[in-house]
Design a protein around this ligand. Structure first.
Ligand code: PLP
Length: 401
C-alpha cells in the first residue's frame, strides 16, 4: 500500500475502556458494570451536583464573552485550588511559595508536571506504587522517563507493606521522582496512616527525592480537610514537591476536564521562575485551559452558600459509597460465604481490591453479566440498592465454587 499509514499497527485496547465496550454490547438486562472509575448515584446515574447547576445557571444567564484565559488559568480558580489543597491559612501560599496552573483534569496536571520535570532532570527515574492507576506508567513513559515500581500493596494484610516501601525509598538515588496517591489509593483502597506519611516525608528529605502527590479523590475518604493530610505534612516539611489534583470526581465534572498542577517552591522568587517555565510547557501543549469547568468550580468555591452545598453533596457521595461497602459485605456474608470480606469496609475511596481471581472475574462476566477489572478491582460507587443483592449473590457463588 502507498498510504503513509500503511505501517501503523493496531494499539492494544485500553483495558478499562475495552471493558465498557463489552458491557455496552451485553444484552442481559441484569448486567452491572463495576469496572468504571465513576461515581453513580442510587439510580445508576452520574449526578449533576446542585451546587454546579446553580453556578452554571448564573453563568448561562450572564452569557460572558469567551476570550483566551491566562496560560495558567484565572487566579479565582488557582487560588480556590490552593485553598483546598494547602488550607485557607497556609503559610506557603501566603509566602508565594505555591505555583498553581489549571490543567485538563488530573491527567493533564500529571502530564504538564511530567513534561516540566523532564526539562528539569531528564535522567531522573520515576517510581510508582505497585500496583498503581494504570495510566501513571504510560503517562510518565510518554514524557520520556523510565518508570519503575516501589513496593506498596500487601496481599496478605490487604494493607500497605510499609516496611518494604520505606526500605525501598531509602535506597533510591537523589532526584528520583516518587509518585504518591495522596488519598483513596487507586486501585487498592489501601492508604498510609498519618504516621507513615510522616515517615515518607522524612525519607524524601533524607534521600533528596522529588515527591509528586496525585490527589484525584479529595473528600472521598474522610472529608476535604482530613484527606489533605499528605499535602499538609509535605507543606510543613519545608521540602519542594508537586501536587496534581482533579475535580472530576469531587465535583462530578468528569468530561469538563478540570484539574490543576501545584508546585511548592523554596521562595516567591523561585516561584516566578518555575511558573515561567511551566507556562512554556502549557503554551506548547494546548496554549491555555478551557473556561467553563474551572469557572463553575471557582464560582462554587468562592460562594459560602454554594461551597457548603457542595461539601454536603460530596459528603453524600462519600457516605453512599461507605453504605455500599457495608451492605455488600453483609449481603455476601448472608450467602453463607466462609471467606471474610470485612476488609472491604476498611478500604478507602471509590474502589475495592476484592481479591477475586482472574478466573472468578471471568465467571462474573460470563455467567452473571457483572463486569470487573481482571485484577479484582470493583467500583463501589457503581453499586446501588437495586443491583447490590444480585452482585452479592454472584460474588458468593463464584467464591464458593
Ligand atoms: N490519578 C488517579 C489516581 C486517578 O484515579 C485518576 C482518575 O481515575 C486520575 C489521576 C485522573 O483524573 P482525571 O479524570 O481528572 O484526569
Amino acid at each position: 500500500s502507498s498510504s503513509i499509514f500503511a505501517a501503523v499497527e493496531m494499539a492494544p485496547r485500553d483495558p478499562i475502556l475495552g471493558l465498557n465496550e463489552a458491557f455496552n454490547a451485553d444484552t442481559r438486562p441484569t448486567k452491572v458494570n463495576l469496572g468504571v472509575g465513576v461515581y453513580y448515584d442510587d439510580n445508576g446515574k452520574i449526578p449533576l451536583l446542585a451546587a454546579v447547576k446553580a453556578a452554571e445557571k448564573v453563568r448561562l444567564e450572564a452569557m460572558p464573552p469567551r476570550g483566551y484565559q491566562p496560560i495558567e488559568g484565572p487566579a479565582t480558580y488557582t487560588s480556590a485550588v490552593q485553598n483546598l489543597l494547602f488550607g485557607a491559612d497556609s503559610a506557603l501560599t501566603a509566602a508565594g511559595r505555591v505555583v498553581t496552573a489549571e490543567a485538563l483534569g488530573g491527567t493533564g496536571a500529571l502530564k504538564i508536571g511530567a513534561d516540566f520535570l523532564k526539562r528539569l532532570n531528564a535522567d531522573a527515574k520515576v517510581y510508582i506504587s505497585n500496583p498503581s492507576w494504570e495510566n501513571h506508567r504510560a503517562l510518565f513513559e510518554s514524557a520520556g522517563f523510565t518508570v519503575e515500581n516501589y513496593p506498596y500493596y500487601d496481599e496478605a494484610t490487604r494493607g500497605v507493606n510499609f516496611e518494604a516501601m520505606k526500605a525501598f525509598l531509602l535506597g533510591l538515588d537523589a532526584g528520583s521522582v516518587i509518585v504518591l496517591h495522596a488519598c483513596c489509593h487507586n486501585p487498592t483502597g489501601a492508604d498510609m496512616s498519618d504516621a507513615q506519611w510522616a515517615e515518607v516525608v522524612e525519607a524524601c528529605r533524607s534521600r533528596g527525592l522529588v515527591p509528586f502527590l496525585d490527589m484525584a479523590y479529595q473528600g472521598f475518604a474522610d472529608g476535604i480537610e482530613p484527606d489533605a493530610v499528605a499535602v499538609r505534612l509535605f507543606s510543613a516539611s519545608g521540602l519542594q514537591f508537586f501536587v496534581s489534583s482533579s475535580f472530576s470526581k469531587s465535583f462530578s465534572l468528569y468530561g469538563e476536564r478540570v484539574g490543576a498542577l501545584s508546585i511548592v517552591t523554596e521562595s516567591k522568587e523561585e516561584s516566578a521562575r518555575v511558573l515561567s517555565q511551566l507556562k512554556r510547557v502549557i503554551r506548547t501543549n494546548y496554549s491555555n485551559p478551557p473556561i467553563h469547568g474551572g469557572a463553575v468550580v471557582a464560582a462554587v468555591l468562592s460562594s459560602p452558600e454554594l461551597r457548603q452545598q457542595w461539601e454536603d453533596e460530596l459528603a453524600g457521595m462519600r457516605e453512599r459509597i461507605r453504605a455500599m461497602r457495608v451492605a455488600l459485605v453483609e449481603a455476601i456474608q448472608a450467602q453463607g460465604v466462609e471467606q471474610d470480606f470485612s476488609f472491604v469496609i476498611k478500604q478507602r475511596g471509590m474502589f475495592s481490591y476484592t481479591g477475586l481471581t482472574v478466573a472468578q472475574v471471568e465467571r462474573l462476566k460470563e455467567e452473571f453479566g457483572i463486569y470487573a477489572v481482571s485484577t479484582g478491582r470493583i467500583c463501589l460507587a457503581a453499586l446501588n440498592s437495586k443491583n447490590i443483592g444480585y452482585v452479592a449473590e454472584a460474588i458468593a457463588k463464584v467464591v464458593k465454587a
